[in-house]
Ligand binder design. Sequence first.
Ligand SMILES: *Cc1c(COP(=O)(O)O)cnc(C)c1O
Length: 396
Amino acid sequence: MLTEALQRRLAERHEQSRYRSRRLLDSAQGARIVVDGREFLQFCSNDYLGLANHPQLVSAMQNAAATYGVGGGASHLVCGHSSLHHQLEERLADITGRDRALLFSTGYMANLGTVTALMGKGDHILEDRLNHASLLDAGLLSGARFQRFQHNDIDDLERRLKKLPLEGLRLIVVDAVFSMDGDIAPLPELAALAKRYNAYLMADDAHGFGVLGKAGAGSSELFGLDQDQLPVLMGTLGKGIGSFGAFVAGSEVLIESLIQFARPYIYTTAMPPAVAAASLASLDILKSESWRREHLQCLIKRFRDGAAGLALPMMDSETAIQPLLVGEESQAIAISKGLEAEGVLVSAIRPPTVAAGQSRLRITLSAAHSEADIDRLLGALNKVVPAALRVAPRVL
Ligand SMILES: *Cc1c(COP(=O)(O)O)cnc(C)c1O
């Protein structure tokens, strides 16, 4: 019975051109990777600063493993909280300008743990409808009243806040940089609205931390939002930071509450201390190699200018996430395959990750790329993206 039901669902996925399969990666991350036995120029990882294979991260991890071993061994609350984890938390609090930070094993768990620890029955959660799946899942799991407002729409959010009953706590939750769109949430406006309506603001900076802001401290630095304005700041370490794991930063009360009540924090093994050591090394590099952020900004500009010249249907994004809107699943796959034939790897993002009719190529740029790499990408796109998808040139 179950097997047949599953087979039907799988067949349906195939028919919808939504079936996903994994490729075999046989190299470290970098501008060039070996996938399914072939080398590609890739624009699909989230290693925005090109740190995932940085020699200083590699040696930090090796050295820490020589001292601390491999396994975390136990949860943080039992006997797995090593001094390397602790140092990393202190550095993260320092960089983000918060009282404290708490490490989680993954960003998914950080979001699940935080939202469910803070909110429960009788409370109210308002999320941007394009929030990351982990935040939407967290909202549902919390048992709070959960609603989604229109993407980056302050007026829609305010209308909803006005209608809330007085009872219950209120949490507004957004991606600081939207993972499939690349645009940035209007955090200062959201913070002001949260204050006015007695709500807490939480931002997920998975795609901003390390990359945005002069020092790489992310969206809160970019907008100059302190702990009072943006009380729940979540960031990840597996994207721009090039390592693995995640954190939540905020007040003493927030962090102590998470330690007591966040189940995905409590009931899981601490990440390997050597992974924390790699993250610490990466935070050093944020400071010593600020050219990585500057180079990335230059590449983004070069790509956007070039794409505009080719009338490519780019979405409105200034970050390293540069989606090219296609529409239909099958066409997104066809373009991705066409690029692959040119030796360029870009992933086609389809429903349910994005809404139906919104399939896209999610192009991600990295400081590991050179200007010549960007030009090669533009050349390949020009060859592969059909005329019907080109947009009318913008009149300035
Ligand atoms: C990737 C991502 C996460 C999950 O982080 P992991 O550390 O990969 O589990 C959470 N939120 C957003 C917006 C993300 O893009």
